[in-house]
Design a protein around this ligand. Structure first.
Ligand SMILES: Cc1cc2nc3c(=O)[nH]c(=O)nc-3n(C[C@H](O)[C@H](O)[C@H](O)COP(=O)(O)O)c2cc1C
Length: 327
């Protein structure tokens, strides 16, 4: 049986299909869209702990959540244990239900500041961050990490054990090393090593873009659940298909009809404009619009036209007209 509820505290449990944190993508409008279709848990974009402390407007906006999302985890990144702890507490006070700690981000700007996946190289600092953050809040704290810095230091099982001993409630593994960045194929099998080192739930992540991938990743990894990232670009409904497969053993879960897709897309669009305002909202939504139209007839023409459009009402009409033609 692939389906299970992941229980990480007395009153927090969710279906074992999770939307990955994706900077610049899993903002509140997108998380609401995915959650309302059917994810067990959605995770915010990574938020710099220091920015939370100094109450940077952008960071607070990223951490904001709504009732529609219901189950959202706020992901924090940083290298200073005290600042991470304080940022976690601020988010708890603002109503966050779960804090996720980022030991996975590979980008230079983050690792040069000794945060993200750089912490896989510094087990002492990593442990301090985990310990202080867990002790600062009453809500559950989870961890997302990579397999290690490189293939000579695959220490995820060791860090997972340290994390469990310090009170972390769930571990997600992006099955690559930092040095791989996003290259190569995610090594789902490695998750088994993490799974065997701890008793808390382990989630497998990386390169899961089809139902066959879900099937293989779950069986190869023995994980308790899956986290989906880039596989939802332009198809937030994929997460529901994954849940249909996992929960009901539906080997061929249906895509929504074109009409249903259009309704999801338009709601996502209006939420984005409402959240960011017309100008910025449209700018941000254009990226999603181009993913939504991928591989549909005349999509390259539509993509070029929408990218040039600056008026949100005209853009919304263009999206409606485009999809009306393919429904
Ligand atoms: C554009 C982009 C932004 C990302 N942002 C984050 C982030 O904020 N926090 C994080 O832990 N991982 C982040 N990741 C990593 C993903 O959560 C995920 O681990 C990775 O993409 C592998 O999963 P996938 O193949 O399903 O996308 C990001 C990845 C991408 C491509």
């Amino acid at each position: 049986m692939l389906y299970k509820k992941i229980k990480i505290s007395e009153n927090i449990e969710f279906d074992n299909v999770i939307l990955a944190p994706l900077s610049g993508i899993t903002d509140k409008p997108f998380r609401e869209t995915v959650k309302s279709i059917g994810a067990g848990l959605v995770v915010s974009e990574m938020i710099a702990s220091h920015a939370v402390i100094i109450k940077e407007k952008e960071a607070l906006k990223k951490a904001s959540r709504s009732n529609i999302e219901n189950m959202t985890s706020v992901q924090l990144a940083g290298c200073d244990p005290d600042i991470m702890a304080e940022a976690a507490k601020i988010n708890e006070d603002k109503g966050a239900k779960i804090i996720d700690i980022n030991f996975g981000c590979p980008v230079k700007k983050v690792v040069n500041g000794y945060a993200g996946s750089a912490l896989m190289k510094d087990e002492y600092r990593a442990a301090k961050i985990l310990e202080k953050t867990v002790n600062a809040v009453k809500i559950p704290v989870t961890l997302k990490m990579r397999m290690g810095w490189n293939h000579d230091s695959l220490n995820a099982p060791k860090i997972a054990k340290i994390a469990e001993d310090l009170g972390i409630k769930m571990v997600t593994l992006h099955c690559r090393t930092r040095c791989q960045m996003y290259k190569g194929k995610a090594d789902w099998k490695f998750t088994e090593k993490v799974k065997n080192s701890i008793k808390i739930p382990v989630i497998v992540n990386g390169d899961i873009i089809s139902i066959d991938d879900v099937k293989n990743a779950m069986s190869i990894s023995s994980a308790d659940g899956v986290m989906i990232g880039r596989g939802i670009y332009g198809r937030p409904w994929f997460i529901k298909q994954v849940l249909d497969y996992i929960k009901h053993n539906n080997q061929n879960p249906q895509e929504p009809s074109s009409k249903e897709k259009l309704s999801i897309i338009m709601k996502h669009c209006s939420k984005t404009i409402e959240f960011y305002g017309e100008r910025k909202g449209l700018q941000i939504f254009k990226k999603h619009a181009s993913w939504y139209c991928k591989s549909l007839p005349n999509s390259s023409y539509f993509r070029a036209a929408i990218m040039k459009e600056d008026d949100s009402k005209t853009a919304i009409k263009m999206i409606e007209d485009f999809y009306a033609k393919v429904t």
